[in-house]
Design a protein around this ligand. Structure first.
Ligand SMILES: Cc1ncc(COP(=O)(O)O)c(C=O)c1O
Length: 383
């Protein structure tokens, strides 16, 4: 008897570096500033709202597209924050986190042989999603050092086969945010093309120093071609709930839903009802920039005077540092050393590049309790 052949659909993919580093952190009792998730509880009012939904009997399949009240609240929020109207019935879909939203949007757009532009460094789910769709990944680097979009390079990468571009602001891992001018430049670049856009905005409410999140929803020429992806996990400190949203024009949403219905069909009911109730109050997301800015400032202040060079952190809950004054090790080896010897886990930026580009920069996540941050800082200051 022979075992059947089982060629991999994703031969290049191993265990994600986030899981690897979290396991290493646990093994060495290190403070885990690697994987991007909060170590503090969400608002008890949100738990109460979900509990009430379960007790009220909201435990069977919701509509395929998501609970209507939640879709309505999402549309209202986009209208208030970005002055763009999305029809909750035809243009908003509730997803199993941003990850499913991104994969489903890619599968909806990309035909075998289509080219898809990603701007590196980029979140690790983009490339495997494109490959599963049979697309060809076209990698365009953000400007080294500053991580700004380089529109000349993006323009040069566009061909008649280009179907889709993925953008992400606030950006993981670099913690940069796109300016209104950059969004307008992207709009102008895409205007004469048929290129669709996935705008990954999961850190939309973590923008610092009084800046404004430049959602694709604010730019008509982008919104008309964009799947705008968001994540309640990030916004409300519940990454394990895996609930997100996609806003897109009706004709794009219709195609998205054809795949969504056979991908997950729908998303857990009580969380959706709970989130819909919780979203009645804007304060929790409006207060988020100040909440995370305080953590960013605590973390940065703690590293002032150390030999780690702080890169700007304009948004998201990440802080990148250049460690070249401390060590000659490549990034991944440095992260492993830092975890084992110093007891702090970080993520190598090379993990976000297809070719493992190494610039001696690592990413810390500051979505942690202040005492966790102090414990990490106390160790990092020994460097
Ligand atoms: C840029 C980016 N996009 C998408 C996701 C996935 O979000 P979710 O947990 O809602 O699937 C993450 C999570 O880390 C992320 O950083």
């Amino acid at each position: 008897m022979s075992t059947p052949d089982f060629p991999s659909r994703l031969p290049q993919v191993g265990t994600t570096i986030f899981s690897v580093m979290s396991a290493l952190a646990a093994q060495h009792g290190a403070v885990n500033l690697g994987q991007g998730f909060p170590d503090f509880a969400c608002d008890p009012a949100l738990i109460d709202a979900v509990t009430r939904a379960m007790q009220a009997g909201h435990n069977q399949y919701p509509p395929m597209t998501g609970v209507p009240a939640l879709r309505q609240r999402v549309a209202d929020k986009i209208q208030t924050l970005h002055q763009r109207s999305y029809c909750p019935d035809q243009e908003i879909t509730i997803t199993a986190g941003a990850t499913q939203a991104i994969l489903t949007a890619i599968l909806a757009c990309v035909q075998p042989g289509d080219e898809v532009i990603v701007l590196e460094p980029c979140y690790d789910s983009y490339v495997p999603g494109i490959e599963l769709a049979g697309g060809r990944v076209v990698r365009v680097p953000l400007t080294p050092g500053s991580f700004r979009p380089d529109f000349e390079k993006i323009a040069a990468a566009i061909t008649p086969r280009t179907r889709l571009l993925l953008a992400n602001t606030p950006h993981n891992p670099s913690a940069t945010i796109w300016t209104a001018e950059e969004m307008a430049q992207l709009q102008a670049l895409l205007a004469p093309t048929n290129i669709l856009l996935i705008s990954d905005e999961v850190y939309e409410h973590m923008v610092f120093d009084g800046q404004q999140h430049q959602s694709a929803a604010r730019f008509p020429g982008l919104a008309e071609r964009a799947f705008i992806v968001s994540s309640f996990g990030k916004t409300f400190h519940v990454t394990g709930w895996k609930v997100g949203t996609v806003a897109a024009p009706a004709r794009m949403t219709a195609e998205f839903r054809k795949i969504h219905q056979f991908n997950v069909f729908t998303v857990n009911t009580p969380m959706q009802h709970g989130l819909a109730e919780y979203l009645r109050q804007p304060a929790p997301y409006l207060e988020l920039p100040a909440f995370y800015q305080a953590k960013r400032d605590l973390f940065r202040a703690g590293l002032q005077g150390s030999r780690l060079k702080l890169l700007p952190s304009q948004g998201s809950y990440f802080q990148c540092v250049d460690y070249s004054a401390v060590s000659d090790l490549p990034e991944q080896a440095f992260c492993e050393w830092l975890t084992r010897e110093l007891g702090v886990a970080a993520i190598a930026l090379s993990a976000f590049y297809g070719d493992g580009f190494d610039q001696q920069v690592v990413r810390f996540c500051f979505a942690k309790r202040d005492d966790t941050l102090h414990a990490a800082l106390e160790r990092l200051r020994r460097l």
